[in-house]
Write a protein that binds this ligand. Structure first.
Ligand code: NAP
Length: 309
C-alpha cells in the first residue's frame, strides 16, 4: 500500500529514511488527521509550474508536538509548513516572529523557515476574502455574514478578517457560546461595534437572524464525515443566500452544499478556500507570480496524486 503521509517518528529519523523523496521534501502540511489533505496535489502543481525542485508532503503530528515538529523541519532544511486542524493555535506559540495579521487573527497556518527562524502568517483570512470574490463576485465588505463555528481557529480568523474588512454585519454562532462572546469583543475592536452580534445555536434563534444574512459560513468540521449532523434546519435557507462551507470532502459534496443547491442558493466549497489560502501561503514562501490556474488544476485532478507520498 502506498503510504500517504509521514509521521513525527519519520521526521525524527528523517536522514535514515530511504528512499528520500525526489524531488526533495522542502514543504509540508501538518495536522491530525492529515491523510485526507489535498494540499500536496495543489502545492506540487505550483512547484512544478514555477520549476522549483522541491516537494510538499503530509506529516501527521499529534497535538502537543507542533514545536518539536517545526524544529525538526528546520533541521532538515524545510522552507515552509502549513498547519491545519488542530494546530493553528499551538503553532502560534512556537513562532520566533508573527506577522501583524496573524497576531490579530490569533492563529498561524503558514510558517516560513529562514536561517532556522520560524515566521508565522495566517492565510485563512485573506484566502477567505479572495474565495468570496472568486465564487460569488462579491466583496466581503458589502455582505452581512453569519459564521457557525465562530470559536475555532478558522472561524475566528474569518470573523476577524470580516471585521477588519468592515463587513455590513457579523453574526457569530458557536457550540460553546463563551468563545463566540470573547471573539465578538475582539471583532468589535476591529469594526463598528454595533455590527457584531452573537446568536445562540438553535433553529429558533437562527431563524431570527438568517433572513438578514447574505453569507452563511460553516467553519466547524461538521460535514467532514458521512452521517454528521446537519448544522441547522435546511428550511431556513433562502435562494438569496450565499453559502460557504469551509469543509471539503474527497469526492463528495457536504450536506450543507447539497441543501443550499437544492434551495437554489449559490455555494462555495472548502476546496476554493484551500486554493486561495494556498495561493497566499505560496506567495509568503516564494513571492509572486503564484501559478493560480496550475494550482486549481492540481486540486481538480487531485484524486490522483502527482507524487506518491
Ligand atoms: N478549506 C480549507 O482550506 C479550510 C481552511 C481552514 C479550515 N477548514 C475547515 O474548517 C473546519 C474547522 O477548522 P479549525 O481549524 O477552525 O478547527 P478548530 O480550531 O478545532 O475549531 C472547530 C470549531 O468547530 C466547532 N465544532 C467542532 N465540533 C463541533 C460539533 N460537533 N458541533 C458544533 N460545532 C463543532 C468548535 O466549537 P467549540 O468552540 O464549541 O469547540 C469550533 O468552533 C475544519 O473542518 C477544517 O477542515 C478548511
Amino acid at each position: 500500500m502506498t503510504q500517504t503521509f509521514y509521521t513525527l517518528d519519520d521526521l525524527r529519523r528523517w536522514r535514515e529514511i530511504a528512499p528520500t523523496p525526489d524531488p526533495p521534501a522542502r514543504l509540508a502540511v501538518i495536522g491530525d488527521p492529515i491523510a485526507h489533505s489535498r494540499s500536496p496535489q495543489m502545492m506540487n502543481a505550483a512547484l512544478a509550474a514555477r520549476a522549483i525542485h522541491a516537494q510538499y508532503i503530509r506529516v501527521q503530528v499529534p497535538p502537543g508536538s507542533v514545536k518539536k515538529a517545526l524544529q525538526l523541519f528546520a533541521q532538515h532544511g524545510f522552507m515552509g509548513v502549513n498547519c491545519t486542524i488542530p494546530h493553528k493555535f499551538e503553532a502560534m506559540e512556537a513562532m520566533d516572529e508573527v506577522d501583524p495579521l496573524a497576531a490579530q487573527l490569533g492563529a498561524v497556518n503558514t510558517v516560513r523557515i529562514h536561517d532556522g527562524k520560524l515566521s508565522g502568517y495566517n492565510s485563512d483570512g485573506p484566502g477567505f476574502v479572495r474565495s468570496v470574490e472568486d465564487a460569488f463576485g462579491k466583496s466581503v465588505r458589502d455582505l452581512r455574514v453569519l459564521i457557525l463555528g465562530a470559536g475555532g481557529g478558522a472561524g475566528s480568523a474569518v470573523a476577524a478578517q470580516c471585521a477588519l474588512e468592515q463587513c455590513r454585519g457579523l453574526v457569530l454562532v458557536n457550540r460553546t457560546p463563551s468563545k463566540a462572546e470573547l471573539l465578538a469583543v475582539e471583532c468589535r475592536g476591529l469594526s463598528a461595534p454595533a455590527r457584531v452580534t452573537v446568536c445562540r445555536w438553535d433553529d429558533a434563534a437562527l431563524s431570527e437572524v438568517i433572513d438578514q444574512t447574505d453569507l452563511i459560513v460553516n467553519a466547524t468540521p461538521l460535514g467532514m464525515k458521512k452521517g454528521d449532523a446537519l448544522l441547522f434546519d435546511p428550511a431556513l435557507l433562502r435562494v438569496s443566500h450565499l453559502v460557504f462551507d469551509m469543509v471539503y470532502r474527497n469526492g463528495a459534496e457536504t450536506p450543507l452544499i447539497i441543501a443550499a443547491k437544492a434551495m437554489g442558493a449559490r455555494t462555495c466549497d472548502g476546496l476554493t478556500l484551500l486554493l486561495h489560502q494556498g495561493v497566499v501561503s505560496f506567495a509568503h514562501w516564494f513571492g509572486e507570480p503564484v501559478p493560480l490556474e496550475a494550482m486549481r488544476a492540481g486540486l481538480k485532478n487531485s484524486n490522483q496524486s502527482i507524487f506518491n507520498k
